[in-house]
Design a protein around this ligand. Structure first.
Ligand code: ISL
Ligand code: CA
Length: 536
C-alpha cells in the first residue's frame, strides 16, 4: 500500500468563487459544506482549500492578517471545524494553503514592526535606500519594484508580490517557530496537509542587484536557495512528520533538477511540487507576452517532467491560470469533446491529479469587456505598467486574454438560473453568461456530460493499478498527437490523444477502456479524440 495522497484526486476550491449561501456575493464555508455531496459523488478524495484566513484581500486571501482566524466573509472558526468534520464523514481530506513567504501588511506582526517594535521589525526584511532610491533593482511578481518605503523609519521593506504582502525574514529563527506553531494549530484540527505557496522562494540568500532582465530581476538570489531546503527539512522534522499528512509545494521557476531535490524522499522536504514549465509553453519569457499554443511543445514538457520526477502533481488549471479548454483546445466548436480529452490526459499521467473548481464541467475563460470588470491586483498593476511602456491597447487586451488571473476566477456555474446559482446577491466577480449552457445541474444527471466523464476517469484512476502506479513512457509525439503508455506488473495501457480539430490517421488495437467518442473509427483519431486502450 502506497501513500493515500497518491491514490486520491484533489479538487481545488477557490472559496470566494465557489458557493455563496448568505447573498453577499462572496462564496463562503457553509457554501462549501453544502456542496460536499457533489464532490463526494464526483469521486474527490482531497480538497485543497485556497486561503480562508483573515485577510484584507489585497490578493484575495494570499495576504493573511491572521493565520489562526477565518475571514468573516467566509464564516467562522465553527464553520471551518464543521467543514473538516463533514468532509471527514464523506472520507474527504482537506489541505490548506500555507502562505509563508509573506504576510499581509495588516498582520499584527507587521503593524507592530511599523510602530517600531524591535522584535517584530526583525520578522520582515528592511534596508536603507541607495542614493535616494530603492535598496536594489529587484522587480516584483506584480510589477514595479519589490521595495516600499516606510516613511516613518526611512527604511524600505521587501515585498516580492503586492505592496500589502511584506516578505518574512527567515534569517530570524523566531519566524520559523511561529510558522511551526501555525502548522501544528491546523494539523491538530484534522487537516491533512498543506499546499505551500511559492515555497521555493522564501529564503533570500543576498540582496544584491540582480542581473536577469528576462525574468524577474533578482530572482537568482531567492530561487531554491540552500536556506529554503534547510527550512523545509526542519518543517518536516518538527511538524509534518508527526501527522498523517502531505505537502505539495508551489514552486515557481523550478527546473527538473531543483524539483528532484525538493521532493527527494531521502532529504525529506516536500512530497510533490507544482511545476510551471507546461504552463509556459504559450508565452515568451513571462506570461504577459503571449505565444501561440503548440501542442507538441506541451507534450515535450510533460514528458520531461514525467521522466524527471518520481511523483508528479499534475494540473492544467488553477486560480492563477486560464481555463484549459479555452487555452489548449477549442471551447466553441469542440467544447464537450476537447474538455473530455483534457480530462483523459490529466487523469492518466503518473502522479496526483488536481482539478480546479469548474474544470469538471468544462468552464471556459470569461471574455472581459473592460478593466472595470477585473478585480485581480496583478492585472491592474501590470496594465498600468504596460500602458506606461506605450504598449497599444489591442496588445494590452491580448495580454489580459492570455494571462489575467480572473479568467478562471469567475464564480462556479451551478445552474442555468440567476448568477449561475452561485449567489442570490451581486457576485463579487462577473458570472460567465455561458452558465446558461455550461452548469453543474445540467451535467450531474447526464451520463454523457463532461462531469460524468470526469467522474468515470477519477474512478478509473482510483481503481486501476496501471493508471496509478504504472511507468510512464512516451510512444509518439507529432505536431498534434500524443501517445504514451503506462505499464505495471506486466499490464499495459496506451493513451492516445488528438489535440486538433482534424481527423488524423492512426492505427490502434485492443480493448477500449474509455473514450470521449461513443463509437470507434478504424485507423483514425477524430477531432480531439482521446482513447485509453488495453494493449497498443
Ligand atoms: O500568476 C502568477 C504571477 O504572474 C504566478 O507567477 C503567481 O504569482 C505565482 O504562481 C505565485 O502564486 C501564488 O502566490 C501569490 C498569489 O497571488 C497566487 O494566487 C498564488 O497562487 C502570492 O501569494
Ligand atoms: Ca457569502
Amino acid at each position: 500500500m502506497e501513500n493515500w495522497w497518491k491514490e486520491r484526486a484533489v479538487y481545488q476550491i477557490y472559496p470566494r468563487s465557489f458557493n455563496d449561501t448568505n447573498g453577499d456575493g462572496v462564496g463562503d464555508i457553509p457554501g462549501i459544506i453544502e456542496k460536499l455531496d457533489y464532490l463526494r459523488d464526483l469521486g474527490i478524495g482531497v480538497i485543497w482549500l485556497s486561503p480562508v484566513y483573515k485577510s484584507p484581500n489585497e490578493d484575495n486571501g494570499y495576504d493573511i492578517s491572521d493565520y489562526r482566524d477565518i475571514n468573516p466573509e467566509y464564516g467562522t472558526m465553527a464553520d471551518m471545524d464543521m467543514l473538516i468534520a463533514e468532509a471527514a464523514k464523506r472520507d474527504i481530506k482537506i489541505i490548506m494553503d500555507l502562505v509563508i513567504n509573506h504576510t499581509s501588511s495588516q498582520h499584527e506582526w507587521f503593524q507592530k514592526a511599523l510602530a517600531g517594535d524591535e522584535k517584530y521589525r526583525d520578522y520582515y526584511i528592511w534596508r536603507e535606500g541607495k542614493d535616494g532610491k530603492e535598496p536594489n533593482n529587484w522587480t516584483s511578481f506584480f510589477g514595479g519594484s519589490t521595495w516600499e518605503l516606510d516613511e516613518k523609519s526611512g527604511e524600505y521593506y521587501l515585498h516580492l508580490f503586492a505592496k500589502g504582502q511584506p516578505d518574512l525574514n527567515y534569517y530570524n529563527p523566531k519566524v520559523l517557530e511561529e510558522i511551526k506553531d501555525i502548522m501544528h494549530f491546523w494539523l491538530k484540527k484534522g487537516i491533512a496537509g498543506f499546499r505551500c505557496d511559492v515555497i521555493n522562494i522564501i529564503y533570500k540568500s543576498s540582496l544584491e542587484d540582480g542581473k536577469s532582465k528576462l525574468i524577474l530581476t533578482g530572482s537568482e538570489y531567492y530561487i531554491s536557495q540552500q536556506g529554503t531546503h534547510d527550512i523545509l527539512k526542519e518543517l518536516r522534522r518538527d511538524v509534518l512528520s508527526h501527522y498523517d499528512c502531505f505537502s505539495v509545494g508551489e514552486t515557481v521557476f523550478v527546473t527538473p533538477k531543483m524539483g528532484k531535490e525538493l521532493c527527494d524522499a531521502q532529504r525529506g522536504e516536500l512530497d510533490m511540487i507544482f511545476s510551471f514549465e507546461h504552463m509556459e509553453v504559450d508565452q515568451f519569457f513571462v506570461k504577459w507576452f503571449p505565444r501561440k499554443f503548440r501542442p507538441k511543445k506541451f507534450f515535450e514538457v510533460i514528458v520531461k517532467w514525467q521522466d524527471a520526477m518520481e511523483w508528479c502533481a499534475n494540473y492544467f488549471e488553477n486560480h492563477d491560470q486560464p481555463r484549459s479548454v479555452s487555452r489548449f483546445c477549442d471551447d466553441k466548436n469542440y467544447h464537450d469533446v476537447s474538455a473530455k480529452m483534457l480530462s483523459t490526459m490529466l487523469l492518466s499521467l503518473r502522479g496526483t491529479p488536481y482539478i480546479f473548481q469548474g474544470q469538471e464541467i468544462g468552464m471556459t475563460n470569461y471574455d472581459f469587456k473592460s478593466l472595470d470588470e477585473i478585480e485581480d491586483v496583478e492585472t491592474h498593476n501590470i496594465m498600468k505598467e504596460a500602458k506606461n511602456m506605450g504598449l497599444p491597447k489591442w496588445y494590452r487586451w491580448k495580454m489580459i486574454r492570455r494571462a489575467c488571473r480572473d479568467l478562471s476566477r469567475t464564480p462556479m456555474q451551478w445552474t442555468d438560473g440567476k448568477n449561475g446559482g452561485f449567489t442570490d446577491g451581486k457576485p463579487w466577480l462577473v458570472v460567465n453568461e455561458n452558465c446558461k449552457t455550461i452548469n453543474a445541474a445540467a451535467q450531474v444527471g447526464d451520463e454523457k456530460s463532461i462531469y460524468s466523464y470526469y467522474k468515470k476517469m477519477i474512478e478509473l484512476k482510483r481503481t486501476n493499478e496501471v493508471l496509478k502506479y504504472g511507468d510512464f513512457r512516451p510512444v509518439k509525439m507529432t505536431k498534434n498527437v500524443f501517445i504514451y503508455t503506462r505499464e505495471y506488473d506486466g499490464k499495459k495501457l496506451s493513451i492516445l490523444l488528438n489535440f486538433t480539430d482534424k481527423s488524423i490517421k492512426q492505427n490502434y488495437s485492443g480493448k477500449v477502456l474509455i473514450s470521449n467518442y461513443e463509437d470507434r473509427a478504424e485507423n483514425t483519431l477524430r477531432p480531439y479524440e482521446a482513447i485509453i486502450i488495453e494493449g497498443v
